[in-house]
Design a protein around this ligand. Structure first.
Ligand code: SF4
Length: 352
């Protein structure tokens, strides 16, 4: 691993260093899982830090690809086209901060908006396999924060942001999304940043990555700490009073209703997918640009663990040193029937 080792070391030493990132939440961070961002901000705080997963590896490749592309192609290309009308880009890039929120935009083009207003420009590169039928939600959020901070802190009042995604393989393929500024989203981002920075404990913030299905957790350094936090039971055994029983019964019924709706949705989804496949097959069509692409995917290669174990036993090989035990988990069994009548739980302040 001669080359890979050198590249890893170089990436670690040449990463961009942002000043005092711990006291604000950046525009690219504010749309991420709040609990993860809290731990990232507190990594140097012995009281609030969480240990990174021992097997976590920082995948720097996409980040490095983006910044090299931005600095050596995207910004020079925009500079050539817009000259002095391009602000806050390349060597003029600046970090703007207000309260607990900050942003380092990629640029602003004076008079570059749809009706000649000022507009922000944001550079992204995208893996060719990414489905970009719409801009990524976290990137859209980022553009609102950038526009909001520029509007608040400079004389420039951008009304739109052009969010561009360049295909990482074919740089001539660029998708652009025009995002109109929304002050309410900016205000929400400000409140959210304050909640994250002023939280006293990670458990004050929801595990949003996990709630959203876990895709973000696949790249999170804190899955172990988060799992421990989520599974943590009560430290003392209490006796539920009637008010609390009613509150939990309400929650339990809501969970049951969601489960039933998800099952129904899943069935309908498969039904629609099957119908689409049938119609495409009948018409002999595999691709309708901008609508659907139907392609074959190679089967994943895997291992037949049972056969390997049997072969090892027959060969007299002891496999116990390779035995691993997964992270402990928990089980939340909701046993209420969907038809049980429950009283609406009173709000906490009414109950007090
Ligand atoms: S594991 Fe998932 S839910 Fe937990 S902090 Fe990380 S991203 Fe958030």
């Amino acid at each position: 691993m001669l080359i890979a080792t050198a590249m890893n070391a170089y990436a670690a030493s040449s990463g961009r260093v942002f000043a005092d990132r711990a006291s604000t939440v950046g525009a690219s961070e504010v749309g991420q899982c709040a609990r993860k961002v809290y731990w990232l901000k507190n990594e140097d705080d012995p009281q609030h830090a969480a240990a990174r997963d021992p097997d976590y590896q920082d995948g720097w490749g996409a980040r490095m690809r983006g910044s090299i592309y931005e600095n050596h192609f995207w910004e020079p290309a925009l500079r050539q086209a817009y000259g002095k009308l391009l602000l806050f880009a390349g060597s003029e890039q600046q970090t703007f901060a207000s309260g607990f929120l900050s942003a380092t935009p990629d640029g602003l083009i004076v008079g570059g908006g749809p009706d000649g207003e000022d507009c922000m420009v944001e550079c992204k590169t995208a893996d060719p396999r990414t489905n970009l039928s719409e801009a990524k939600a976290e990137n859209v959020y980022q553009t609102h924060v950038q526009m909001g901070l520029i509007r608040e802190l400079t004389p420039w009042k951008p009304t739109h942001s052009i969010l561009s995604y360049t295909d990482a393989s074919f740089w001539n393929e660029v998708k652009e999304f025009v995002i109109p500024f929304d002050q309410r989203i900016f205000e929400t981002a400000k409140r959210r940043a304050a909640e994250i920075i002023t939280a006293k404990h990670a458990s004050d913030l929801k595990p949003e990555g996990w709630i959203a299905g876990g895709r973000e957790c696949d790249y999170c350094p804190f899955t172990r700490a988060c799992g421990i936090e989520r599974r943590k039971g009560p430290s003392v055994e209490g006796v539920p009073d009637p008010q609390f029983v009613a509150e939990m019964a309400g929650l339990a019924k809501a969970i049951k209703a969601c489960e039933a709706a998800a099952k129904g949705n899943d069935t309908r989804l498969r039904e629609l997918q099957d119908e689409m496949r049938n119609r495409l097959r009948q018409k002999g069509v595999r691709k309708i640009p901008g609508v659907v692409t139907w392609s074959a995917v190679k089967g994943r290669s895997g291992w037949d663990n049972k056969a390997i174990r049997e072969a090892a036993e027959q060969a007299g090989i002891d496999l116990s040193p390779f035995n691993t035990v997964g992270e402990p988990t928990d089980r939340l069994m909701v046993t209420i029937s969907a038809s049980t009548d429950v009283e609406e739980p009173q709000a906490a302040n009414e109950a007090a």
